[in-house]
Design a protein around this ligand. Structure first.
Ligand code: NDP
Ligand code: 2IT
Length: 446
């Protein structure tokens, strides 16, 4: 039964190694301080103490054999963070940087993001410190099978429903789903992001990137009377989120001049050819530098953060957490950027976000702007439960409606609670209110 200040002190002291988690908790709890002042019951019911503690954390070993017959052991995680409004839902990340603090930060963000979608989805996240780069398909398959063999004990279509994230795309989901189906002996929609031939949803592949553009277009039109039409856009990353953000931005009339990967940045003044990026990243699994061998008039620079040195109207960070700091924010603003939309989870440092707000740059926070992915995952669950697939048009229209609702509820909450257009506070508050109300109604359960 503590107030926000003491919960923040406790989290900061107790989890000081988990820097990303502490950063995410700080942002959300500071935003909802105003809610706590208006409703003293929240502290009385221990909502703040309880919401920062995962309901369940599962850590397990993932042994697998490489093509040479050597054995490796990675660590697997699933954090079932908060199930007050629905079964745990969130992606799996396979990247060497994955540790408990990163999975907890992602799971914590997911609570509020999922709440914002308006769908009955609790928050969770998982992954492994496995590095998929340079591995053969058979190695990836053996790893995925070992991972899901253990995780299958803890998930289920009404319990916990994983999906993709960094390093987990269509190939990995397929391998995990196949083994899960074999273990369980039934055909349930326990993982989302499945292929269309085996009960996946149309638009799920595109959903996060498309949703990001729908959200930002509405924010830009509403707050600046501008649009993607005719805008110059830079997008960091070249994975699932970045590719489909680029595709939609282009469709909306923008020119996407730069994209990146963890090694460097490509700049193509006349506009990046998204089909080339798809083939390099989704089929060849090559580095983005390879783009130059196809488009001789493009340029390449080493260093992923160099993308923020480039002039643009709209910047969409779609790679990873804390990829955009103060220096990059200042560069962007100096070059005329007026809107930043987070396709990645927590891509901007708190200091960079403060600068955006001070300078009147529209900032769409990840838990609102990138919620399209999990929203369509929720629609995949609906279609699986109905045993009836929807058309591309229907899913896309529903996604668009959900993104619009998220924008409006974030803007309204910012206005009602802090008299500002601060979408970070707005999204945190709007997401928090539903979860807190469910926790209050359910008594001291978790
Ligand atoms: P992918 O694995 O498809 O792509 C990730 C991209 O980001 C790659 O270009 C990768 O470059 C780059 N990247 C990853 N880690 C780093 C790093 N440490 N430094 C620099 N670049 C990096 O992942 P997604 O597109 O799915 O995810 C991107 C972001 O979007 C993540 O923050 C994820 O949590 C978030 N997100 C994803 C959703 C989804 O539905 N997939 C939904 C909502 C948010 P390289 O190939 O060189 O590693
Ligand atoms: O961060 C995210 O929202 C995701 N990686 C997607 C989660 C999901 O369950 O679709």
């Amino acid at each position: 039964m503590s107030d926000i200040k003491s919960v923040l002190e406790e989290v900061t002291a107790r989890y000081q190694q988990e820097t990303e988690f502490v950063q995410a908790v700080n942002e959300v709890l500071r935003s909802v301080e105003v809610v706590a002042r208006r409703d003293p019951d929240l502290a009385k019911f221990g909502i703040f103490d309880r919401i920062v503690e995962p309901e369940r954390t599962i850590i397990f070993s993932v042994p697998w054999m490489d093509d040479e017959g050597d054995i490796h052991v990675n660590r697997g995680y699933r954090v079932q963070f908060n199930g007050a409004i629905g079964p745990y839902k969130g992606g799996l990340r396979f990247h060497p940087s994955v540790n408990l603090g990163i999975v907890k930060f992602l799971g914590f963000e997911q609570i509020f993001k999922n709440s914002l979608t308006g769908l009955p989805l609790g928050g969770g996240k998982g992954g492994s410190d496995f590095n998929p780069k340079g591995k053969s398909d058979t190695e990836i398959m053996r790893f995925c099978q070992s991972f899901i063999l253990e995780l299958s004990r803890y998930i289920g279509e009404d319990t916990d429903i994983p999906a993709g994230d960094i390093g987990v795309g269509a190939r990995e989901i397929g391998f995990m789903y196949g083994m899960y189906r074999k273990i369980r002996g039934n055909f349930k929609g326990v993982i989302t992001g499945k292929g269309i031939s085996y009960n996946g949803s149309l638009v799920r592949t595109e959903a996060t990137g498309y949703g990001l553009c729908y959200f930002m277009e509405e924010a830009i039109q509403d707050l600046k009377r501008k649009s993607f039409e005719g805008a110059k856009v830079t997008i960091s990353g070249s994975g699932n989120v970045a590719i489909y953000a680029a595709e939609k931005a282009k469709e909306m009339g923008a020119t996407v001049v730069a994209m990146s990967d963890s090694n460097g940045v490509i700049y193509h003044e006349k506009g990046i050819d998204v089909e080339t990026i798809k083939s390099i990243k989704e089929v060849e699994r090559e580095r983005i530098k390879h783009y130059l061998s196809i488009h001789k008039d493009a340029e390449y620079v080493d260093g992923s953060d160099r993308i923020w040195d480039l002039a643009c109207d709209i910047a969409l960070p779609c790679a990873t957490q804390n990829e955009l700091g103060v220096q990059s924010a200042l560069k962007l603003i100096g070059n005329g950027c007026y809107a930043v939309g987070a396709g990645a989870n927590m891509p901007c440092t708190p200091e960079a976000i403060t600068i955006f707000h001070q300078e009147g740059v529209i900032f769409g926070p990840g838990k609102a702007a990138n919620a399209g992915g999990v929203a369509v995952s929720g629609l995949e669950m609906t279609q699986n439960a109905l045993h009836y697939p929807w058309s591309f048009k229907r899913v896309d229209a529903t996604l668009r409606k959900i993104m619009s609702r998220i924008y409006k509820s974030s803007k309204t909450a910012a206005w009602e609670y802090s008299d500002t257009q601060n979408l970070v506070d707005g999204a945190n508050i709007a997401g928090f209110l539903k979860v807190a109300s469910a926790m209050k109604a359910q008594g001291i359960a978790h």
